[in-house]
Design a protein around this ligand. Sequence first.
Ligand code: G3P
Length: 219
Amino acid sequence: MLLLNLKTYPESTQGNAKNLLDVVNNVITENPSIKDRIIVLPAATDLFWVKQNYPNLIIAAQHVDNVAAGKSTGGIPAELILSYGIEYSLYNHSEKRVNTDTIVEDIKAIQSKGLKLIICCENSTEAKTIMQAEPFSIAYETPDLIGSGISVTTRPEAVKEFVDSVAGQKNILIGAGVTTGEDVNKSIELGAEGVLVASAFVKAEDPYQKLKELVQPWL
Ligand code: G3P
């Protein structure tokens, strides 16, 4: 599984999102066997048109709120995401942390609406709490390595501790600084099923070549 988090970089929003999405589309067309392994996460403001224009791609939201559609100004209700035909959302990313006191109830409430959540955590203690909510997927990201170009896999002990703490969970992911095909290989070697990648893809000189490199382990 490769999650391409486009965040809100100028290089990955509005018209520029199209360039990157075309790249993903091309790589998938050339390698249909990886179609179900790549999930793209556009900015919230781009979600609707992206889903409309890229029916071949699996799209996820970067965040969802545990609010009901209607009287929730500024919120991103699960109902709205689902109504676009999108089935997945990231949740509790370290750049969009949620209330730790209610996280288990919030995850359960959102998932009960039918949205599949990929929940981020920053350590194994947090991971164990999140596991109580039976998330679709759990992802470990070390905040200080995000956007650094230094892969989370340079801390194998921390990754192993996380992987051990969520034993039995499906769709275990890791992220932060993942940059090369080698980083992806190492992630899998350490027990992850996949990775989250943002800057290495969004800011790549040649996003097409970079994506081909990142998906190599699954080809
Ligand atoms: O969600 C993925 C992300 O936080 C990792 O960012 O730029 O280090 O790949 P980056």
